[in-house]
Design a protein. Structure first.
Lengths: 531, 256
């Protein structure tokens, strides 16, 4: 554990391009199979054993078992996060993958710890038959309130769908009641997901305070098609292996681009460069010279992180057998063994990408910290992951959008060519956008037209195989007309967007003298801002 | 009746082919103009002169400099955002004052293989002759009607016009199965007493027992100076409106 902390806190010694790689807390303990077993045991097996080898018999017992398990997970050392796989509900305890993850995907999150509750609808479905909806609502709300109360400061996440269920609806109904104490809910949708369930998700988002992000929608077929394992939605709208885990590094493209720009200027002054401000040469050089180095540096950092977590690299084929938690001398057998082995194969490396919008502005030869001017608007200040940056043109400048897509897809191609960065890491690093596809949040009153925003995202999101923390701000009218939100999300998915977090605008829209304007145009906005 | 028939009825006569609509504004993503996410066209010109209108610049007829927007141009724009939509809504100003354009637009919508699945709604003050609804009914999926006041005297105070045609439109549209919603713009002290609300609800339920009703709370934003001293409904006022209308039997009730 201490090695993980040291990895997270140690400054990078290099002042060069590797500074652009900001190592985040690893979210994986790839060699801790015993922890896996322990967690499995605590949440489900343990409850069963304490109950005299009896599986939970009804909803109340199942809720109590989960609650006890979540509490025990929350009592683990700081920084532990957990994903419960959803492929096997409670009765098939032996096959339920439950893997301890590490902390959150990015440090700016207000919650230092994350507890993934698993797919609650799948976990509790076997106990919901014949139970009145009101009783389900109460049981689910009590469970979620208990998690919030017993684990203060912990961000709870759960996945729902794509199928309909009374449990899923109970979870969504509990969200507005719990408010900011509610878990983050990712509803995975496909063609079979009923409109009414989607509307329930939009209503839940609409019932929360403005700009509060608790509800995520995921295009389940599109995301599943791009991943070789079942996924859970983790902080930062990250698609991580359900029952698996990940090690993460974040690459700041904006910093890299600024340094690249400064270098080009020095070259021009020295008479050795081709100039700044000419998009072609600078863009090509950035793509061909800078990005490969960045990805190589990030891969090296990921390898170091994995090495820091394990006791050195394991020789090939030297996998130790998993042990039963209550009898370490006894290897696990049968389904349980397959489950553990399968979980170990689902440890991935994630390469977070930040600062895309800033990088685009730089390589297009605009203001070093800019992203290009929105027509008629001039520079606009927005909040990016690195603080306040000048940014405009996002979502309205076709060239900027094209270059952003080019950068991100090139990064994805480069990452795809990287071999596994450590023992038990499956496949090459997957791209993730922990601060959104462009790395900026545009505040109320300054957003591009919503469909431009979504089409801009659609061009880049497919490159982020591990997801992107993009937010769709909905008009407050969805509180009375949730189908409007459903329609917009459906259109977004049809255009290629794969996942979105939903929130309601902090500033409502009103009609004044025939024109639709944000309320802030006539009343100074005084609400929360997007992060 | 075809839009080219040259009728003298207001809003229907065109003296020739439809050349376009006088469009003041477009909202391509509205959650408050009918079911689902809608593409909304705001047309210029309204025969009412509402005291509490927050779109008062849309009241005058189209100015000479205003260039009409063609049906084809509008349809192309709708096609570009079709994946995000449930339908389109034409409002204003007063949409029925340009009924031939609305008819041509809705007809074009139904003929277009890309966007024919979108629903076509009209948002109106209801002050239209029966012939207007005859023209639009075959190509319209739903109509939302504003009822500023059930009492004609108060309606004149609020709009400058009698509500005779408004009430007739509501009745006629309900009979055709086209009345999607009636919207009550409520202004404290003018048309929001319990007695008025109860009587309005009774009348509406007589038209359609399952009628969908939306409370539009008066807002001062954008109104002309003479209306800026009017009160906006408070939260407790809105609660009372909902309570009285629900008690009277309105089952489908929303608030904006």
């Amino acid at each position: 554990m201490s090695s993980e902390r040291s990895v997270r806190r140690s400054p990078h010694p290099d002042a060069g391009i590797r500074d652009a790689v900001r190592l985040l807390p690893p979210v994986l303990l790839p060699d801790h199979a015993e922890v896996l077993d322990g967690v499995l045991d605590e949440v489900l097996c343990g409850a069963r054993r304490r109950a005299g080898e009896r599986a939970p018999g009804d909803l109340a017992e199942a809720v109590a078992a989960l609650w006890a398990g979540y509490r025990s997970l929350g009592a683990r050392p700081a920084g532990r996060s957990t994903v419960v796989a959803d492929q096997d509900p409670v009765p098939a305890v032996a096959g339920t993958g439950l893997i301890p993850l590490r902390e959150t995907l990015h440090p700016e999150t207000p919650h230092p710890e994350t507890l993934h509750l698993g797919a609650l609808d799948a976990l509790l479905a076997p106990f919901a038959d014949g139970v009145e909806q009101e009783a389900l609502d109460t049981a689910v709300a009590d469970l979620l309130a208990g998690v919030a109360r017993d684990l203060p400061g912990t961000a709870a996440w759960t996945d729902l769908g794509p199928g309909d269920s009374a449990i899923a609806r109970a979870v969504l109904r509990a969200v507005p009641v719990l408010g900011v104490a509610a878990p983050v809910v990712a509803l995975r949708v496909d063609a079979e997901t009923p409109e009414s369930l989607r509307r329930a998700a939009v209503l839940a988002a609409g019932a929360l305070p403005p700009a509060t992000v608790r509800i995520h929608l995921v295009d389940h077929p599109a995301v599943s098609a791009g991943l070789p394992w079942p996924y859970a939605v983790a902080p930062g709208h990250a698609y991580l292996p359900a029952g698996g885990a990940a090690v993460v590094a974040v690459l700041d493209l904006g910093v890299a681009a600024r340094r690249f720009g400064e270098r080009r200027r020095r070259e021009v002054l020295a008479g050795t460069g081709s100039g700044v401000g000419r998009a072609g040469p600078d863009l090509d050089a950035f793509l061909d010279e800078v990005l490969p180095d960045l990805v190589a540096g990030a891969a090296a950092e990921l390898s170091l992180a994995v090495e820091a977590m394990v006791d050195g690299p394991l020789p090939a084929g030297a996998e130790p057998p998993a042990r039963e938690p209550d009898d370490p001398s006894r290897p696990v057998t049968g389904d349980r063994q397959r489950s553990v082995a399968d979980a170990r194969r689902r440890c991935v490396a994630v390469l977070g990408v930040d600062g895309v919008a800033e990088a685009v502005g730089t390589v297009l030869g605009q203001d070093p910290a800019g992203v290009g001017a929105a027509p008629g608007s001039g520079p606009v200040t927005v909040t990016g992951s690195g603080g306040v940056v000048d940014c405009a043109g996002y979502g309205v400048d076709a060239e900027a959008a094209e270059v952003a897509a080019l950068l991100v897809h090139r990064l994805a191609d480069l990452a795809a060519a990287v071999p596994p960065v450590g023992p038990r890491i499956t496949g090459p690093p997957l791209l993730h956008a922990p601060f959104g596809s462009t790395g900026v949040r545009v505040p109320d009153l300054l957003e591009p037209p919503p469909y431009n925003h979504l089409r801009t995202l659609a061009a880049v999101q497919p490159a982020f195989a591990a997801g992107a923390a993009d937010v769709l701000a909905l008009d407050a009218g969805v509180r009375e007309n949730p189908q409007a939100g459903v329609d917009v999300v459906r259109g977004a998915f049809a255009c290629g967007v794969r996942g979105l977090a939903l929130a309601v605008h902090a500033v409502p829209k009103v009609r004044v003298t025939g024109f639709l304007v944000r309320h802030g145009v006539v009343v100074k906005p005084d609400g929360p801002r997007w992060r | 009746m075809s839009p080219e028939a040259g009728s003298e009825v207001r809003g229907v006569g065109t003296r020739g082919a439809v050349v376009g609509g006088y469009v003041t504004d477009i909202d391509r993503a509205s959650a408050v103009d009918g079911p689902g996410n809608r593409y909304v066209l705001f047309l210029q010109g309204c025969q009412f002169d509402c005291l509490v209108c927050h779109n008062s610049c849309t009241i005058p007829p189209p100015p000479r400099w205003m260039v009409p927007t063609s049906v084809d141009e509008t349809l192309a724009d709708i096609r570009s955002v079709e994946p995000f939509l449930s339908g389109i809504t034409v409002t204003g100003g007063e949409a029925t004052l340009q009924a031939p354009f609305v008819h041509a637009l809705f007809t074009g919508l139904r003929a277009d293989p890309v966007i024919r699945g979108l629903t076509a709604f009209v948002d109106t003050n209801g002050d239209a002759e029966a012939e207007v609804w005859e023209l639009l009914a075959p190509v319209t999926d739903g109509v939302m009607v504003d009822l500023k006041a059930l009492d004609d005297e108060m309606h004149v105070v609020l709009t400058g016009t009698s509500n005779t045609r408004v009430l007739a439109s509501i009745t006629s549209l309900a009979a055709r199965g086209l009345l999607y919603e009636v919207r009550l713009l409520l202004v404290p002290g003018l048309n929001d007493s319990d007695e008025v609300l109860d009587r309005t609800a009774s009348w509406l339920l007589g038209v359609d027992p399952d009628l969908r009703v939306r409370i539009n709370a008066f807002r001062r934003d954008g109104v002309r100076p003479c209306a800026r001293d009017l009160l906006e409904p408070r939260a407790e006022d809105l609660d009372r409106y909902r309570s009285v209308l629900s008690a009277a039997g309105i089952r489908q009730l929303t608030t904006y």
